[in-house]
Structure formats: structure tokens, C-alpha cells
Design a binder for this molecule. Structure first.
Ligand SMILES: O=C[C@H](O)[C@H](O)[C@H](O)COP(=O)(O)O
Length: 225
């Protein structure tokens, strides 16, 4: 898996051209994309500006000398390259396994092109086996969890390995919904968007343009319809 992630992450840098403003995703696959981008910048092959989607990616990018700007300082992003947790045959996805989906979704929404980079294990027939992350405001989060429980969504407030409440880069909490299968992602997205306290859910619908999949040692390019 690790070598597939590296292969697909490295291959995605081919979509980055000189002069572009690039959105840098978060996670173990995006890590390799950022690593390769740093190498190309160091060699003098690329001159770009990047906007990051998490503190972790910002730290990595800074350490590699990738020029960074805040989203407010750029007009638009040419391409954002990011990982994903699940992608269905309609190119709908779940993100937020690392708790970064709020900023990832904002950055993606200001991008001309969105590319997801995944290993083949992320390609599924139906979304929902991967727990759906919700970034929630700490105020009243237990009340919200109760409502989600009553709806039959099997919520679980995310904890760190040490058993502490997981906090996002925005000082919010994450509630993961253990749904097993999501039959109507758009209806669920709408319902979750209307619940007070949920800042953003991890359903990324109709957002991706190209998916690069690492499969059997090759990188497959899939274009969303
Ligand atoms: O919050 C995390 C992000 O949405 C990641 O892009 C996603 O979880 C995929 O990460 P990875 O490539 O590490 O599986």
C-alpha cells in the first residue's frame, strides 16, 4: 500500500504546471505528493504558490521550501490534489479520516480542478463502510451525538490514541458516523448540513474532476463524468 501511495502521489505532480496556485491536501497519500513537489521546486523545475489544507501539510511544505499563501491572498486555485477515504463509482467521496475535511472542502471549493489520489482499497461500490466524519462545535456536542444516535447513525466522538478528545486544526471535535452503507449521499449531506453544531460533514459530492488510483503497481487515471 505504501508504495502505491507513493507512486500515485508522485504521479499527481505531473498535473502541476509552472506558475500555478496549488491546493495541497492532507494525509498519508498527499504526503508523497508534497514530498515530490518539494523536490521539483528544489531542482528549479517548478515555480508555484501553494495553499495548504492543514497544519500538518503546512509544516511539511514549509520544511521543503514550498512557497505558501493564505487562501485569502490568492484569487483562485488552479488545482488541488488531495487524498480520499472512499470513492464510489459516481465519483462521490468520503474524506476526513484525518479530521482535515473542513479546510479541505473549503480549499477544493475554490479550485478550478480537484484531483484525488488513492490506492485501490479506497475504490468502493457504495459509500459508508468508512465512518463518515463530522466536524462539530464543542458546545453541546453530546446533545448532538444523542440526536444522531436517535436517528440510527451510530455516532462516536473521535478520541486520540491516548483517549483524549480529538481536536481539529479549528479546535472543533469530530463525530464519526458508523453507517455501513449510504444509499443516498445527497439526501444525507443535506440532512447533516441542516443540523446546528455540525460545521462540515465529510461527504464530498460532485467535487472531484480526476481520480488517480494506484492499482497493481500502475497509476490509473479516471475522469469524473
Ligand atoms: O482528513 C483527512 C483527509 O481527508 C485525507 O485526505 C483522507 O483521510 C485520506 O488520507 P490518506 O491518504 O492518509 O488515507
Amino acid at each position: 500500500m505504501e508504495s502505491l501511495k507513493k507512486q500515485v502521489g508522485y504521479a499527481s505532480v505531473n498535473y502541476i504546471k509552472d506558475g500555478m496556485t496549488v491546493g495541497l491536501g492532507t494525509g498519508s497519500t498527499a504526503y508523497y505528493m508534497v514530498e515530490k513537489l518539494g523536490q521539483e521546486i528544489k531542482k528549479g523545475n517548478l515555480n508555484i504558490t501553494a495553499v495548504t489544507t492543514s497544519k500538518k501539510t503546512a509544516e511539511q511544505a514549509e520544511s521543503l521550501g514550498i512557497p505558501l499563501k493564505d487562501l485569502n491572498e490568492v484569487d483562485w486555485i488552479d488545482v488541488t490534489i488531495d487524498g480520499a477515504d472512499e470513492i464510489d463509482p459516481q465519483f462521490q467521496g468520503i474524506k476526513g479520516g484525518g479530521g482535515a475535511h473542513l479546510i479541505e472542502k473549503i480549499v477544493a471549493s475554490y479550485s478550478n480542478q480537484v484531483i484525488w489520489i488513492v490506492d485501490e482499497s479506497k475504490m468502493v461500490n457504495q459509500l459508508g463502510d468508512f465512518p463518515l466524519p463530522l466536524e462539530v462545535i464543542p458546545f453541546g456536542h453530546q446533545k448532538l451525538e444523542k440526536i444522531l444516535q436517535e436517528k440510527g447513525y451510530h455516532p462516536e466522538t473521535r478520541l486520540t490514541k491516548e483517549g483524549q478528545l480529538f481536536t481539529t486544526d479549528n479546535d472543533n471535535f469530530i463525530i464519526d458516523l458508523h453507517l455501513k452503507n449510504i444509499t443516498d449521499p445527497h439526501a444525507l449531506a443535506q440532512e447533516l448540513s441542516q443540523l446546528p453544531g455540525i460545521v462540515e460533514h465529510g461527504l464530498f459530492l460532485d467535487m472531484v474532476d480526476i481520480v488517480l488510483v494506484g492499482r497493481n503497481g500502475q497509476v490509473e487515471t479516471l475522469k469524473a463524468p
